[in-house]
Design a protein around this ligand. Structure first.
Ligand code: MRU
Length: 350
């Protein structure tokens, strides 16, 4: 079950995903999005693979589901017929599919790899494997919430009372297990009584800033102003913004950070206007296997996301589109990286 983020802010709708194909579709279409939320979705996606093959309708994992005769028959058949080896083979294939759906956010591959370690462990029967898988997915979710709460506390020390904060894309509860990273820092500061005004880049082309960040701020009574991405330069020149804070999809060992396309532009603007530029992310977003950001795979998205809006052409047919979903901000443009372990200053060592 997840909130379909493509429908916000017009509609709040929770959707149930019973097939791996729908999990992959939801990830690719950004019904669920944001690096930590992708990790959580990937982990539960592995459970969906089991359901699809042997359970059905949340039989194995949803305690609220009524166990009718048909479900009982399926479960009997699972117990009698499914071998640990067959289950492992199925999970391996499906995990591969889920993890490769979006390549940039390291959390997706990281969470699926954690699930893989569980199903590749030696198990004497399928039921114990399933119980362990469920426990691992729950831990990934709970750990994310705890990490985000902690990084929110650390990050809130960077924000003074009565400040303007610019952010890009959406990094709140929607993008995580439920608390938020960069926006979580704002939420923690606001909860401690500080007056923060959020300036949300609309975040072309899919408008995560306008649709989701503004929605989350409004839900929490935090004042928010939406601007088109191109207005960030003049906003910073106006002096209303005291710092920029963004999330991350993958952070290399030297601190280079991949985040939503447009982040690099904002970091350059922050440097020009001499305001701090902060990144906030749980350590699950750090890929210490990559020395620098040059090695981060950048997802390229379909041209129509740029050439159309609301189903209407906004460019003549025949025009090409440049549509990378992310860019990489060099570590030397980042004033600090906030994780659940604290506020890290350059040179970055995690
Ligand atoms: O394409 P998206 O919407 O998944 O991109 C999300 C971002 O770039 C976020 O800033 C990042 O994942 C951090 S979310 C806490």
């Amino acid at each position: 079950m997840l909130i379909d983020q493509t429908l916000l802010p017009e509609r709040y709708e929770v959707i149930a995903l019973g097939r791996v194909a729908s999990v992959c579709e939801a990830i690719y279409m950004l019904r669920v999005r944001g690096a930590p939320a992708l990790g959580v979705a990937g982990a539960y996606g592995v459970l969906v693979a089991v359901e699809e093959e042997w359970g059905g309708d949340g039989y194995f994992f949803d305690s609220d589901v009524e166990r009718d005769d048909a479900a009982e028959t399926r479960f009997d058949s699972f117990q009698r017929n499914a071998s640990v080896e067959a289950l492992r083979r199925r999970l391996s294939e499906m995990s591969e599919k889920i993890a490769s759906t979006r390549p940039t956010a390291v959390n997706l591959g990281w969470a699926v790899a954690r699930m893989r370690r569980v199903f590749e462990s030696p198990w004497s029967n399928c039921s114990s494997m399933l119980t362990a898988l469920q426990r691992e997915a729950d831990s990934i979710l709970e750990e994310d919430i705890a990490m985000c709460r902690q990084l929110g506390e650390h990050g809130s020390t960077l924000l003074d009372d009565h400040v303007g904060v610019i952010t890009h894309c959406n990094t709140g509860g929607l993008a995580t297990g439920g608390f938020g990273t960069a926006l979580g820092v704002v939420f923690a500061a606001a909860a401690s009584g500080k007056a923060i005004h959020v300036f949300a880049d609309e975040t072309r082309p899919l408008l995560q800033g306008a649709r989701l960040t503004a929605w989350e701020c409004i839900q929490r009574d935090i004042p928010v102003t939406v601007l088109v991405d191109g207005a960030a330069a003049s906003l910073l020149a106006s002096g209303q913004v005291h710092c920029a804070i963004v999330g991350a999809d993958r952070i290399a060992a030297n601190g280079d950070t991949a985040n939503k396309i447009g982040t690099l532009g904002l970091a350059l603007l922050a440097k020009h206007h001499e305001i701090p530029f902060y990144v906030a992310a749980p350590t699950s977003t750090i890929d210490s296997g990559l020395a620098t950001g040059d090695q981060i795979p950048i997802e390229q998205r379909p041209a129509m996301e740029v050439l159309q809006m609301g189903g209407r052409d906004i460019a003549p047919s025949g025009a090409n589109a440049y549509n990378p979903a992310f860019d990489v901000t060099s570590h030397d443009l980042i004033s600090a990286i906030v994780t659940e372990t604290g506020v890290h200053r350059p040179p970055y060592q995690f």
